[in-house]
Ligand binder design. Sequence first.
Ligand SMILES: [Mg+2]
Length: 457
Amino acid sequence: MTARILVVDDIPANVRLLEVRLLAEYFEVLTAGNGPDAIETCENGKVDVVLLDVMMPGMDGFEVCKRLKSDPATSHIPVVMITALDQVSDRVRGLEAGADDFLTKPVNDLQLMTRVKSLVRLKSLTDELRLRASTTRNIGIEELLSRNFATEDTKPKVLLVDERKSSIERIQKMLRGSADLDVATDPNAGFFQAAETAYECVLISTAFADFDALRLCSQLRSLDRTRFLPIMLLADEGEEGRIIRGLELGINDYLTRPIDQHELTARLRTQVRRKRYNDQLRASVTQTIEMAVTDALTGLHNRRYLDSHLETLFDRAVARRRPLSVMITDLDRFKSINDAHGHDGGDDVLREFARRLRKNVRGIDLACRFGGEEFVVVMPDTDGPIAEKVAERIRAEIAQAPFAIGSGGKTIEVTVSVGVSSVLRGADTVAALMKRADLALYEAKSGGRNRVVAKAA
Ligand SMILES: [Mg+2]
């Protein structure tokens, strides 16, 4: 795993110390000796993780962190604050500034590497989502982010998995007001509950009498539904080894008992904020992909989708020596429908046509709006005679009942012409297949419309 780490410290010897250790693990290292330089480097370069000293003259680490986190261009870069003293008040201040994690000087090697690696992993996930979201849609990532901030006020739904009554009561009291908390006292039940409910974070206690909490962490990480669910481990003092194993398994954060209320709520807020941000990006990517391949008017696939999939279906059919047919349908005299009933009336007809078309093709068939009033259906595993029957069924379905237009009860008669072609044995191409269907459609039109013509294979 290679990544670019920015080390920020006002004392050159400290910078050098961290730099040497990171270089030994093959990380790329950038350095800055003060806050403004650090911010500039983050704005300009590709920084994956920032290791940020708290005590610096001029602008201190808290301020640097706050500025990085409030600028949409840098807010997704994980920041690890490096504090001189392991003081809860410093941690809370840092978390409130938006820090993702902490290390205490002198920095323990194992902790440094585990933390950096885990944040780099998270960052690369976020980067991929950001890239996909911003390249496939015109709306900027910044706008997505600002929308995300609007949802920050809702209380997160959180699951606590713990069997000790006193500990449960303490956590319940601490989170009253800041989270909507469910409790599972049995780890197995907790696993199913986490998989079935849309939690935004799960807190797992390590203190089970005969259950290893890390097993639950690993189960949650291996299940699709909970892969991205933030996990925070509630550990006891002296459990460093277990925490490190947990981090390797993919837990997101941990707290050591006695748990401080401010630290718990601040860390929980960080996890929830990150999850909401990534969820938003993921949803935007999915929506963008759907929009790019769907015809907005009819909900069928669009021509772009057909172009990218027909070739694949064709090659597969040829390779497996299976039949494949296509039909091109064209609504008869559609221009006169538009002229007589306006474009809204025309749209009503197209929507209803698409609905009837969809009803008469199978799930494996690919139905698309090719453009205007032309639709194409690709039918895998279907030979010419069967494709012709399907086409005839669709033609009859369109002609047998009039189409409703507008909401005033007006109806009109609509008919469709269909051309069908099938893949030929021997040399054939997608272009030739489509060309034959197009010729068949032309014959159907010139032969009087409201009919099916098939080009025999
Ligand atoms: Mg310093």
